[in-house]
Design a protein around this ligand. Structure first.
Ligand code: ASP
Ligand code: MG
Length: 416
């Protein structure tokens, strides 16, 4: 942890997501809570997202006026940045009305400098002097998330869900003790509670596990977690409205809970599979299959190549469902001369067990396969990382599989 040598009060950074600031009433409710906290004498920086689905509506408008052209990236970024400005200005008014002085700042005014990649800009630097000055005057600073200013002095946005990244980056720049992210879920769960009634809210989870589980519960932006990990800024994920304990994402050893090898079961429904059958098994062939996919911007995930039989092999890989048709057509074209055929289907899901504690222990894969077989779930593909084991299964079996794994690894609420 970086410690400040300056004689300044410690800064608290909060971030409120779009659903938590979706209407005037919600903004006023949150403003009153912020006001109470600010009145205790702490310095507060509040990062806000655009209200509700307003970013989606702005994108629709941009598409509507652009006809069959892609909206201009520079104009689109400035347009989208206005969604967050609506919230930051309203929130500053609401906090002031609740009784504590507040000021709104755009990304630019907050000193957030980015590269020039419109639509997914990366933060290069934060010049926090203005923020510090405002905090020094005792004002709550409400910063519009998701935006910055490029070296060309154009407004940029950080990619969908980018306000989380703004909040973590400001926490780093202001040496905040932690970054608190308030959202419409009350924390990170061991798995999807809608599928597994025994799912438990985690008291804490480490950065690596959170990155793997990012598809779960609170839809955390992976970039913000990476950034938090690099600078070791703990993130608290908690409910914007309910006063219940949230989940702390951090890098230290987990001491508050008895260590478990497996922290959670992650479920990804966005999986399609493509198989190239009876492809010639010689150097360069696999490269020939995957290079065109990479050039088309399609990310390939799990890849399996079978042992070859009489010089022929099968190659199977997964892609996001949205890219399935494009990937299938492209692969058929590529493989026309050296494979028998290309087939695929979209009805798949990835079930993963995640946990840093698995790193050195044997037997987790065996327990996972046994648990799945007990509920008659067929495993189509398997892949692992140091802290994750993933099985690709039939999407219709998600519920059975998730419940079986949750209890096989003793994650159920009763055991917690
Ligand atoms: N408003 C932007 C989005 O909807 C950024 C954010 O919510 O963090 O993606
Ligand atoms: Mg949003």
């Amino acid at each position: 942890m970086i410690t400040s040598t300056r004689e300044t009060k410690s800064v608290i950074v909060h971030k409120y997501g779009g659903s938590s600031v979706a209407d005037a009433e919600k903004i006023a409710t949150i403003a009153r809570k912020i006001c109470d906290r600010a009145e205790t004498g702490v310095s507060m920086v509040i990062v806000v997202s655009a209200m509700g689905d307003s970013t989606d509506h702005l994108i629709e408008l941009a598409n509507a006026v652009s006809g069959d052209q892609t909206p201009l990236a520079r104009e689109l970024d400035t347009l989208l940045s206005t969604g967050e400005l609506v919230t930051s200005t309203l929130m500053a008014m609401a906090i002031t009305a609740a009784g504590h002085p507040a000021v709104s700042l755009s990304g630019q005014q907050a000193g957030i400098r980015t590269d020039t990649t419109h639509g997914s800009a990366r933060i290069a630097d934060i010049k926090a002097d203005r923020l510090r000055r405002e905090l020094g005057k005792g004002r709550v600073c409400v910063v519009a998330g998701f935006q910055g200013l490029s070296e060309n002095e154009d407004v940029t946005t950080l990619g969908r869900g980018g306000s989380d990244t703004t909040a973590v980056a400001l926490s780093v720049a202001l040496e905040a003790e932690r970054c608190e992210i308030y959202t419409d879920v009350d924390g990170i769960y061991t798995t999807d509670p809608r599928l597994v009634p025994a799912a438990r809210k985690l008291v804490e989870i480490n950065y690596d596990e959170m990155l793997e589980m990012a598809s779960l519960g609170a839809k955390m932006n992976p970039r913000s977690i990476e950034l938090a990990a690099v600078y070791d800024v703990p993130i608290l994920v908690a409910s914007a409205f309910e006063d219940v304990p949230g989940t702390l994402i951090h890098g230290g050893p987990q001491m508050m809970e008895i260590r478990r090898a497996v922290t959670g079961v992650a479920i990804d429904r966005d999986v399609a599979k493509i198989t190239v059958r009876a492809v010639e098994d010689r150097p360069g062939i696999v490269g020939q299959i995957f290079v065109p996919l990479a050039e088309a911007g399609i990310s390939v995930d799990v890849i399996v190549q079978n042992a070859s039989l009489e010089g022929l092999t099968d190659v199977t890989f997964t892609v996001p469902r949205g890219d399935f048709q494009r990937a299938l057509d492209l692969t058929k074209e590529t493989c026309a001369d050296f494979a028998q055929d290309v087939v695929g289907n979209t009805g798949l899901a990835k079930m993963s067990i995640v946990g840093t504690g698995m790193q050195n222990g044997p037997g987790y894969a065996a327990t996972m396969f046994a648990a799945l077989s007990k509920v008659n779930v067929n495993i189509e593909m398997i892949t692992t990382s140091e802290i994750r084991i993933t099985c690709v299964i039939d999407a219709r079996m998600i519920k059975e599989a998730a419940n079986a794994l949750h209890s096989a690894f003793e994650l159920d609420a009763a055991g917690g």
